[in-house]
Design a binder for this molecule. Structure first.
Ligand SMILES: *Cc1c(COP(=O)(O)O)cnc(C)c1O
Length: 465
């Protein structure tokens, strides 16, 4: 035997907590604290060629060592990621984790908690369920309601619709040749993708009103014009509580009336907007959400949690469990009906307890702090609305319900928006991207960060003169 090799080779060297691991953990903790204090500037996005020149091949047979790779991440790779919690990240739907939530995520990462079953993760599941309960209470869902935190709104919508189809089929005892779901032109792309590409279900688009809002009347009008077979094919309607592009809340109560009359499942997609159920100033917009059969809200959007977390709630979790529980001989020990196994409520099995950062901050700060922070962002959106109204060069395209504003710069083409957007990013001014509304090129601002000030926004609007 080669004794020199035997001396250095230790197959468990990555797993022992020695001086090397300690030094690395402390350096990463220090960097994490620095990052919690300051977002990375916005100007850091990069081309593949630039990254390849700066970072090269990072995965090697011998390893580069903790110090070198940490420096590479800190100085090169992390600088080429846009901080979604930057106060002037205004594109898409930003995120803005509470410091306590982001900090707690570090601890969970170090803790190897399995969040799939009560047997293994009882304490984590208990805490996650309390956070879910707060959202269920905001919506007015019954005491039996419950669910799970999944990866994002996409996974939440898919899981809810799979449960919906199974429940309706079981209830009817039959299935049509093809299933269908009613949704609107503003429904999030993930819903269409889930239905058409994953579930092979037909999509029926209900025309929106002048603000793109799906109403009960429009759904009822479709019903009146449909054949009995077309009506029989439907198992669910998807209402959106805060559309992504326009921030508009559908007529949930009116839609619920039609669902009730036809025994259809009502799924409410509140991935972005559902958080605003906590804000008294807009709570009335969500009337009828208490009638939802399933509801999603993404804490990584407007509930100040880090990626990735979507709260998926069912009015009757028994129906979801029937659709989603996985069975295998080695799983019977965890499949105990009296225990709450988060894995049973979505398309998943192994899961990190991804609701815990949200739960921790909610428990630390209390729900009032959440309501206040959300109201603060709504105030910023209202002030933005006033700035746009008073600017001769800008035109608001849709009256907002929540904190998304979609507007156009008079006379600008797609190229103007693209050049302007790239320039603001390159100069670390803001991240804001072009969009479209009914064929018109435009841009939009989404505010979910309580640190975003009206001065931040005024700077962006002035840059469009
Ligand atoms: C963002 C969003 C989704 C998708 O959520 P992910 O977390 O990105 O998967 C679905 N619906 C709406 C309304 C959204 O805004």
């Amino acid at each position: 035997m080669d004794s020199a090799r035997e001396a250095v080779s230790d197959p468990a060297r990555m797993h022992r907590y020695g001086p090397e691991a300690d030094k690395l953990a402390r350096r990463l903790a220090d960097l994490s604290v620095a990052r919690l204090r300051d977002p990375v500037p916005l100007d850091g996005t990069a081309t593949y060629e630039a990254l390849n020149a700066a970072a090269g091949d990072t995965v090697t047979a011998q390893g580069l060592g903790g110090d070198a790779v940490t420096t590479l991440w800190d100085e090169v790779l992390s600088r080429a990621c846009i901080s979604t919690d930057h106060p002037r990240y205004l594109a898409f739907i930003p995120s803005a984790p509470a410091k306590a939530a982001a900090a707690f995520d570090m601890l969970i990462g170090a803790s190897s908690v399995y969040g799939g079953s009560w047997l293994e993760g009882a304490g984590a599941v208990y805490a996650e369920n309390q956070a879910l309960r707060w959202i269920a209470d905001l919506a007015g869902l019954p005491a039996e309601a419950g669910g799970v935190f999944v990866q994002g709104g996409t996974a939440g919508n898919l899981s809810a619709l799979v449960a919906a189809r199974a429940a309706v089929q079981r209830r009817r005892g039959s299935r049509p040749v093809r299933w269908a779901v009613l949704l609107s032109e503003e429904t999030h792309s993930s819903v269409r993708h889930s239905l058409e590409s994953v579930m092979d279900v037909d999509v029926i688009v209900i025309p929106g009103d002048e603000r793109g809002r799906m109403t009960g009347e429009a759904v009822a009008a479709w019903v009146a014009a449909a054949t009995p077979e077309e009506r029989e094919a439907v198992f669910a309607v998807v209402a959106t509580a805060g559309t992504t592009n326009l921030g508009v809340v559908d007529d949930i109560d009116g839609i619920a009336d039609v669902c009730e009359a036809h025994d259809w499942w009502l799924h409410v997609d509140g991935a972005y907007g559902g958080a605003a159920m906590a804000a008294a100033s807009v709570r009335h917009l969500f009337a009828g959400v208490e009638r939802a059969d399933s509801l999603i809200v993404d804490p990584h959007k407007w509930l100040f949690a880090p990626f990735d977390a979507c709260a998926l709630l069912y009015r009757d979790p028994v129906l979801a469990r029937a659709a989603h529980t996985q069975h295998a001989s080695y799983l019977e020990v965890v499949n105990v009906d009296s225990e709450w196994n988060p894995s049973d409520f979505a398309v998943q099995l192994s899961r990190r307890a991804r609701g815990l950062p949200f739960w921790f901050s909610l428990a630390v700060h209390g729900t009032d702090a959440y309501a206040e922070a959300i109201e603060q962002t709504l105030d910023t959106a209202r002030a933005t609305h006033a700035l746009i109204d008073n600017a001769d060069h800008l035109e608001l395209l849709v009256e907002p319900d929540l904190s998304v504003l979609i507007f156009a710069r008079t006379g600008w083409t797609q190229d103007d928006y693209t050049a302007w957007s790239a320039d603001l990013l390159a100069r670390d001014v803001a991240f804001i991207t072009p969009s479209r509304h009914r064929g018109q090129v435009c841009t939009r601002i989404a505010v979910v960060n309580p640190l975003t000030t009206i001065a931040d926004i005024a700077r962006v609007l002035d840059s469009m003169r």
